[in-house]
Write a new protein. Structure first.
Length: 202
């Protein structure tokens, strides 16, 4: 029996009943494609709020749409992919993107702040310095130029607010923090990586 023949509605405290084939369009977080996924199951909680279990037709991975949040879990990662990153920098950046997908905006900004430290150490700064020393190092070594300084400083400011202030980060600020971080990573790493890829070897 295929998935098209095995669609059931699941409700708390009740047995399932067959439902019609149903599809829902969404951005799949697993393969990063916009797809029309098959609804393979439904459920309602004790407040009668609906959830839909979805199957991606491209990668076959599952996602859940939750009615009262009006959200797909897991959500798509926010921010662009960046090539040529060292593994520790890439891990931190991808984790920040995943935090955005999970609506963990404070965590995303904390990671972006930490990425500044990762970049400085990877480019030769000593580990264990105070945070301000890392930004000074990146400026002195030319990785942060004068035109870049105002928006790079926003990464620091937003990260400091997320670290030291009680109010949580909101989506709009966190999105700007991640986008500024992505741009910094492109300028520090991706452009050099692409230059090496496309420069003819002598």
């Amino acid at each position: 029996m295929g998935v098209f023949d095995n669609l059931w509605t699941f409700t708390s405290g009740a047995s399932g009943s067959h439902i019609k084939d149903e599809w829902r369009t969404y951005m799949c977080a697993h393969c990063s494609n916009r797809v029309t996924g098959l609804v393979v199951a439904r459920s309602r909680n004790d407040k009668q709020q609906m959830s839909l279990w979805l199957r991606c037709p491209d990668c076959q991975e599952p996602s859940v749409w939750i009615e009262h949040l009006d959200a797909i879990i897991p959500g798509p990662r926010f921010g662009p992919s960046v090539e040529g990153l060292p593994s520790n920098v890439e891990d931190a950046y991808e984790e920040a993107r995943q935090c955005m997908a999970a609506q963990a905006f404070t965590a995303a900004e904390l990671l972006c702040r930490k990425i500044l430290m990762h970049i400085a150490v990877e480019k030769g700064a000593a580990a264990g310095e105070k945070f301000a020393a890392y930004l000074t190092y990146l400026e002195q070594t030319g990785y942060i130029t004068p035109p870049m300084k105002p928006w790079v400083d926003l990464i620091r400011k937003h990260g400091n607010l997320a670290t030291h202030e009680l109010p949580p980060s909101d989506r709009q600020r966190a999105e700007s923090t991640v986008m500024f971080t992505a741009e910094l990573l492109r300028l520090v790493y991706e452009m050099e990586y692409l230059a090496q890829r496309y420069t003819p070897s002598s």
